[in-house]
Design a protein around this ligand. Structure first.
Ligand code: FBP
Length: 553
């Protein structure tokens, strides 16, 4: 075993908190079913695609004798997509629930993500194996991957694995795309009268898998606290040296929840919110002008330093850039072979520029070569551009610098602008889960186990009252089809779980918007410090500002 840090050892003995309903014996928990449900939209289309699983009722866990609880089961678990702190605790909760119900039951981990299911690559999770991973970050216990199970051959391979291994249930720990996949798999098994149940668990640091029923995806809490610590430290450094502007890009492939939460925690001078940029149809130049305006105002007050937060998804929300990216996506799909044969990024850029319409070509040609190349890197298996590879903060920083130079020449700016860029993303995805994420994830895993023991399939585990202490939490399951709608993907209408973007009329955004003009000019940084695991409640057990403010609604 590799050397363990003192914190790692100390965290092994942390006992995650469960909601009251799960503190009794597992045979004494039932899933109480409500009325049939409907999806928010596209009901007919979804009913046709999910004839066996559409409309299932919401399940609420309650006290009651479950005779099926002690049945010996084999359950498979898979980690899907980007790492998020707490994944190991979902597996711990699932394992403990399964063994509490019947010590003869088996938990198999699929290795390397969904491809572990199709390739039948598993490891048995035992107490000794698991002990090293309890309350730790990362997905290294079994690995993760982004393979999308979508072809007939892949579905057939999944059923073969389930038959061979006699798997009673699969737990899919993933984001919106992976949970959509979980629903499709559940329907596939039901349609073929196969016994394997499928239960999803909401994961993603991006915080965009949430709705009326799923209050938060796990990992968001720890990741934002990790970034907020770093931003606070940078703010203090900036205010000490008083000579740098820091442009910090934050992960979050699409929605700006991470940037917004970090802004609420650290009070930076600038924080862009992609959803607002899109709703105002702001151009790249308009954004640059807005940031420059803050720089100028601060310099007039003698403050030639500052902190600007940039969500990584921004690039796709700037109308002209979004249009450009979608055109590039089409060109890359249509001319894959020709493109692959090109020798270097210069040739690739020239090729793309030639294929684009005049407007998009103009935007593309005006970008620095480095950004052009980053826009052309391979798409992920779900067809998304890999925004974490695009240095938007550098682009903005350079454009602000150019604008300020021009203003200086015109005599409208006399300050000093020296800027540094940062990207915080991977630093937060495998942090030791905060107590919140450790408790939440363990509860999700345990809940998934109870949903399985109650014979449910096509559900996602859900925990309620998350802004309250764990002794007020509730637990249950939501039929995944209820959270779906139909969206155009790669030229086809597909069933998907709707991604939750930042709501511009929501309390978190409004709270930020009410303060940001003050933060812009008056240095108001706050310093969250490192995540604390031991100590008073107000230091160790606080949920995110987003969750607290959303629950105030
Ligand atoms: P998930 O949606 O799978 O949770 O991943 C989110 C994320 O962390 C994004 O914030 C980021 O843009 C992306 O993954 C990076 O992907 P990769 O790990 O493939 O570099």
């Amino acid at each position: 075993m590799s050397r363990q840090s003192p914190l790692q050892v100390a965290r092994y003995s942390y006992v995650p908190k469960l909601p009251p309903v799960l503190r009794t014996s597992i045979d004494n928990v039932i899933a109480k079913l409500g009325d049939p449900t409907e999806a928010a939209s596209d009901r007919e289309g979804l009913k046709r695609l999910f004839p066996n699983s559409y409309g299932k009722p919401i399940a609420e866990l309650a006290e009651g004798r479950n005779e099926q609880s002690g049945v010996k089961r084999t359950v498979g678990v898979v980690l899907s997509g980007g790492q998020a702190p707490g994944g190991h605790n979902v597996i711990s909760g699932l394992f403990d629930g399964l063994k509490a119900a019947n010590p003869q039951s088996t938990l198999l981990g699929f290795l390397g993500g969904p491809s572990g299911i199709t390739d039948n690559q598993t490891i048995e999770i035992t107490e000794t194996f698991l002990a090293e991973y309890r309350n730790t970050g990362g997905f290294d216990m079994i690995g993760s991957g982004r393979t999308k199970i979508e072809t007939d051959a892949q579905f057939e391979a999944v059923s073969k694995t389930c038959r061979e291994r006699e798997i009673d249930a699969i737990v899919v720990i993933g984001g919106d795309d992976s949970n959509t996949n979980a629903a499709v798999l559940a329907e596939y098994f039901l349609a073929r009268k196969l016994q394997t149940q499928v239960i999803g668990v909401p994961k993603t640091i991006d915080g965009d898998l949430k709705n009326e029923y799923i209050q938060a995806s796990f990992g968001f809490d720890t990741a934002t606290k990790t970034y907020a610590e770093l931003i606070g430290n940078i703010g203090r450094d900036a205010n000490s040296a008083k000579k740098y502007w820091h442009f910090i890009r934050l992960m979050g492939r699409s929605a700006s929840h991470i940037a917004l939460e970090c802004a609420l925690q650290t009070q930076p001078n600038v924080c862009l919110i992609s959803e607002e940029v899109a709703s105002r149809s702001q151009t790249l130049d308009a954004i640059v002008a807005e940031i420059s305006d803050v720089v100028v105002k601060r310099s007039e007050a003698g403050e030639n330093f500052g902190v600007a937060l940039i969500p990584e998804g921004l690039i796709e929300f700037i109308p002209e850039m979004g249009q450009l990216i979608s055109r590039i996506n089409d060109i890359l799909a249509q001319h894959a072979d020709e493109f692959a044969a090109l020798e270097d990024s210069e040739q690739q850029s020239a090729f793309i520029s030639k294929q684009l319409d005049a407007d998009s070509a103009h935007v593309f040609d005006s970008l620095p070569n480095g950004i052009q190349a980053q826009l052309l890197v391979d798409r992920d298996p779900h067809g998304n551009v890999q925004v974490s590879r695009i240095e938007t903060e550098k682009l903005l920083m350079e454009m602000v610098e150019q604008k300020l130079d021009a203003m200086k020449q015109a005599g409208s700016y006399a300050g000093k602008f020296s800027a540094l860029n940062h990207f915080f993303g991977y630093e937060g995805r495998c942090a030791f889960p905060s107590n919140f994420d450790a408790d939440y994830c363990y509860t999700l895993g345990y809940t998934a186990c109870v949903l399985i023991a109650n014979g449910l399939t096509g559900y996602i585990a859900s925990v309620g009252n998350l802004a309250q202490p764990a002794d007020r939490w509730t637990a249950g399951g939501i039929p995944i089809t209820m959270m779906m709608n139909m969206e155009q993907r790669h030229g086809e209408q597909k069933p998907v779980i709707r991604k939750a973007l930042v709501e511009l009329n929501g309390v978190p955004f409004k709270t930020f918007a009410a303060e940001r003009t003050t933060w812009a000019v008056k240095t108001s940084f706050t310093f969250p410090g490192a995540i604390q695991y031991f100590g008073p409640d107000e230091v160790c057990n606080q949920p995110t500002q987003t969750l607290i403010l959303e629950q105030k609604r």
